[in-house]
Design a protein around this ligand. Structure first.
Ligand SMILES: Cc1cc2nc3c(=O)[nH]c(=O)nc-3n(C[C@H](O)[C@H](O)[C@H](O)COP(=O)(O)OP(=O)(O)OC[C@H]3O[C@@H](n4cnc5c(N)ncnc54)[C@H](O)[C@@H]3O)c2cc1C
Length: 280
């Protein structure tokens, strides 16, 4: 028989993780789909589960000079409404799921689910976001890009959990997220794109782009971004074809039920072109 644990404090939760083999359930919106039985209404969990939604201390969102800290129990809707959170991330969340799902689902759940189509990941990679991982005896921090090492593969020990998502405070002239799907929210992305830049006196000080659902991981290339930083906006615009050629080999989508690889590649490169042309 499957047992369910519902701790009320983080220390109780970490103690349970240390002594039992448990699968974490936050909002349960991915867990529900992954464990549905089709034959009965109750969810068919295959092992014991740890519900973390009752832990108030995991729901805090706060900031210091450098970072915004988002508790792993904060729902997408709460994050979206918090003005200290990066505008890019809030706009990304607005494109995710329906309000009903966003009132339950968490950002930590979207990260730990490690799907190449996870919408928040594109903006989190772009923002150099980190996760705080805690066990009973240890706390460590890791970039989201290093935390996820493959499709549904994450660097998490059995006795650990994500406790916070840490977002650097960055200054951009403009940043946006675009999702291409059958319907905008409440549908899995065919592909997604985030772009951000900072331009001062016509020169590019910061330039970042990230692509989702076009490889087994989010595609971002700090090396290519460095080649762009320092140029003037007009130099960049004159070089747009060359820059699309730099990115083209990194975009390796697959065919699946949602879309085909040629469409995904072409639209991703069009989104990059549109982003470069939007710089001013
Ligand atoms: C109708 C519907 C629409 C959706 N639309 C979108 C969409 O538009 N875009 C999108 O990206 N996703 C979408 N999703 C997927 C899902 O809602 C998101 O991935 C959501 O952010 C998952 O959060 P959760 O809290 O519900 O995770 P859960 O289902 O609770 O958990 C997901 C995974 O994360 C692990 N986990 C959760 N919290 C922690 C933690 N603190 N530490 C370690 N591991 C943890 C769990 O063990 C599990 O493996 C949709 C889902 C549904 C059902």
């Amino acid at each position: 028989m499957v047992e369910a644990f519902i701790p009320k404090s983080l220390s109780e939760c970490l103690e349970l993780l240390n002594t039992h083999d448990l699968k974490i359930v936050a909002g349960g919106t991915d867990m529900l789909i992954q464990n549905r039985t089709h034959s009965s209404l109750p969810i068919g969990y295959k092992g014991d589960v740890l519900y973390i939604s009752q832990i108030e201390e995991l729901k805090n969102i706060y900031e210091d000079n450098q970072f915004v800290y988002i508790g792993a129990g904060a729902t997408l809707e709460t994050i979206m409404e918090n003005l200290s959170v990066s505008k890019l991330l809030r706009e990304t969340i607005l494109e995710m799921a329906s309000p009903a799902i966003r009132h339950t689902a968490t950002l930590a759940g979207n990260i730990a689910n490690a799907s190449p189509a996870g919408d928040s990941l594109v903006s989190l990679y772009l923002l150099d976001a980190e996760v705080e991982l805690k066990s009973l005896t240890n706390t460590r921090r890791m970039f989201v890009k290093d935390f996820i090492y493959g499709v549904r593969k994450i660097n998490l020990e059995k006795n650990e959990m994500i406790t916070k998502i840490i977002i650097p405070k960055l200054k951009f002239s403009h940043a946006y997220f675009k999702k291409v799907g059958p319907r905008l929210s409440d549908a899995i992305s065919k592909l997604s794109f985030s772009g951000a830049y900072l331009v001062e006196l016509g020169r590019i000080i910061d330039f970042r782009v990230a692509f989702g659902a076009v490889n087994i991981y989010v595609v971002r290339s700090p090396g290519l971004e460095l080649k762009i930083i320092g140029k003037t906006v007009s130099q960049l615009k004159n070089q747009v074809e060359e820059i699309l050629n730099w990115y083209e080999p990194l975009i390796k989508p697959i065919n699946d039920q949602r879309s085909n690889k040629n469409y995904r590649k072409e639209v991703s490169l069009n989104l990059l072109r549109e982003f470069i042309e939007s710089l001013n």
